[in-house]
Design a protein around this ligand. Structure first.
Ligand SMILES: Cc1ncc(COP(=O)(O)O)c(C=O)c1O
Length: 420
C-alpha cells in the first residue's frame, strides 16, 4: 500500500498528482478527458455524472420550444437514439418524456401494460422494487420475483413462473441494477419471455448507450433510459424507445395525462413538438453529448472506455485490500459495489468527505445486509482519472488510520451465495 500514498494538491481549482509512484500504479500521463473546468469534484456516481465542457456550453443559449430549430433538434435527437438499436430500428420509435428516469419508467409501465394486464417484475435491488411499487400505484396486477440485494434473475426461474401463471402478460427486467451494479442477463430473460409468448419491457436506465441493446440481438417491446446516464447529458428528461405496434396499441392505456407515452408520441409525430414545456437547454446539451458519443465510437466505444474505467479502478481498489460485492462475471462497467472495511477506524461518512476533498464524489451503498459503498465508472472520466481515484482512496485510508481494507467475514460469506 505504501506505493499508493501520494500527494494530491489543488492547482488553480484543478487537481494534480505529485510524487506519485507511477511505476507501481502504471500511471499514464496522457489523458483525453479534460477535468471539470470550474474545479468541481468528479462525480463517481451513476448520474448526474461528470459531463464534457462542450455539453455544458451547449446550454448557454436559449431556444423557443415551438420554434423550428428546436423541433429539428428534437427530431435529430430521436433519430440518433433510434440508430443505436441497429438493424430493425425502423420498427421502433423514440419518445422523450420530461422528468427524471423514474417518470419515464412510470410512463412505460402505465402506457404499455394494459389495465387488465399482469406483470412479472424481476427484482434484485432498489430499481426492480421501484417498478413493482410503481405498478402498485398504477393499480396494475403484478407479481415480483425478488432475488434480494443482488442475485441475478435467471432464465429458468422466469420460465417456470411464466409456465405456472398464464395470466402474466409482461415481464419487466432491469438491465443494469444500479443499486448493486450487477449486469442482469437480459438476453436470457428475453428468450424465455418470448418462448412463453409474453412481452418484455426493459429498464435500461443506467446501461443504454454503453451496453448494446440492439433489437436484432435481443427482443423486447420497449425500454427506457434518461439523459444523464451513459450518453452523458444533464438531467431533465427520459426517453422511451418502443416498437411502433406497441405505441399504437398503447392508446387509452395510461392512467396519467402527462405520462401518456402514446399521446406524447402522437403529438410529437404530428407537430414536432413536446406536449408540455420541454427542457430546451437539456435537449441542446443532450444533442451535444450524442455527438460526443458518436465521435467516441458509439455504444462500443463508450462501453470500452467504461469497461477500462472499471478494470483500472477495481484492480486498484483490490490492490488496496477492498473487495467487490460481485465476482467479475457480474460486474457492470457502470458502477461497482465495494464492501466497507471491517477495520473500526473506517467510517463511510468520513471516507466520503475526505474523498470529496480530494476531488472525487463517491456514492453510498444500497445493500441491506452489509455496509457498502459504490464507485461509478460512467461520465467524462478515463483510466487516468480512475488511477487518481485509487490513489485518493489509498491516501484517505491512511489519513483515517485504516491499515486494512478487508471486509468483515459476514460480507465475504454473503458473497459466497452468489458464487454457489
Ligand atoms: C436502473 C434504474 N432505474 C431507474 C432509475 C431512476 O432514475 P431517476 O433517479 O432519474 O428517477 C435509476 C437511477 O439511477 C436507475 O439506475
Amino acid at each position: 500500500m505504501e506505493g499508493l500514498i501520494i500527494t494530491i494538491s489543488h492547482m488553480g481549482g484543478l487537481k494534480a498528482i505529485e510524487g506519485t509512484n507511477k511505476d507501481d500504479l502504471g500511471i499514464e500521463t496522457m489523458t483525453t478527458i479534460t477535468p471539470p473546468a470550474l474545479g468541481e469534484p468528479y462525480l463517481l456516481t451513476p448520474g448526474p455524472l461528470t459531463t464534457s465542457e462542450a455539453t455544458k456550453r451547449a446550454m448557454l443559449r436559449d431556444w423557443g420550444s415551438w420554434d423550428g430549430d428546436f423541433r429539428a433538434m428534437t427530431q435529430d435527437m430521436r433519430d440518433r437514439l433510434l440508430a443505436m438499436l441497429g438493424q430493425g430500428a425502423d420498427e421502433f420509435d423514440c419518445v422523450p418524456m420530461q422528468g427524471s428516469g423514474t417518470f419515464a419508467v412510470e410512463a412505460m409501465l402505465g402506457s404499455f401494460v394494459p389495465r387488465d394486464g399482469k406483470v412479472l417484475v424481476l427484482a434484485n435491488g432498489a430499481y426492480g422494487l421501484r417498478s413493482a411499487k410503481t405498478l402498485e400505484y398504477l393499480g396494475r396486477d403484478h407479481v415480483v420475483l425478488d432475488k434480494g440485494d443482488y442475485l441475478p434473475p435467471r432464465g429458468d426461474e422466469v420460465a417456470q413462473i411464466l409456465a405456472d401463471d398464464p395470466a402474466i402478460t409482461h415481464v419487466v427486467a432491469i438491465h443494469c441494477e444500479t443499486s448493486s451494479g450487477i449486469l442482469n442477463p437480459v438476453e436470457e430473460i428475453s428468450q424465455v419471455t418470448y418462448a412463453a409468448g409474453r412481452k418484455l419491457l426493459i429498464d435500461s436506465m443506467s446501461a443504454f448507450g454503453a451496453i448494446p441493446l440492439e433489437v436484432g440481438t435481443i427482443r423486447y417491446e420497449a425500454m427506457v433510459s434518461s439523459a444523464n446516464k451513459c450518453i452523458e447529458g444533464v438531467p431533465g428528461f427520459g426517453f422511451v424507445i418502443a416498437r411502433k405496434s406497441e405505441l399504437e396499441a398503447a392508446k387509452g392505456n395510461s392512467h396519467s395525462l402527462s405520462l401518456d407515452v402514446h399521446a406524447q408520441w402522437a403529438h410529437m409525430n404530428k407537430t414536432g413538438q413536446w406536449r408540455f414545456t420541454p427542457p430546451t437547454h437539456v435537449v441542446a446539451a443532450f444533442l451535444e453529448a450524442l455527438r460526443g458519443h458518436e465521435a467516441e465510437g458509439g455504444v462500443a466505444g463508450r462501453g470500452a472506455r467504461y469497461a477500462d474505467n472499471r478494470d483500472v479502478m477495481v484492480a486498484g481498489m483490490r490492490g488496496l485490500g477492498f473487495e467487490t460485492l460481485l465476482k467479475d462475471r457480474w460486474l457492470s462497467p457502470i458502477i461497482v459495489t465495494f464492501f466497507c472495511p471491517a477495520d473500526p477506524a473506517f467510517e463511510f461518512a468520513r471516507f466520503y468527505e475526505v474523498m470529496k476533498d480530494k476531488g472525487f464524489i463517491i456514492y453510498p451503498g444500497k445493500l441491506t445486509v452489509v455496509d457498502s459503498f459504490r464507485i461509478g465508472c460512467i461520465g467524462q472520466m478515463d483510466g487516468d482519472v480512475m488511477r487518481q481515484v485509487v490513489c485518493a482512496a489509498g491516501e484517505t485510508l491512511a489519513e483515517m488510520g485504516v491499515s486494512d481494507a478487508t471486509p468483515p467475514a459476514i460480507a465475504l460469506k454473503e458473497r459466497e451465495i452468489l458464487a454457489a
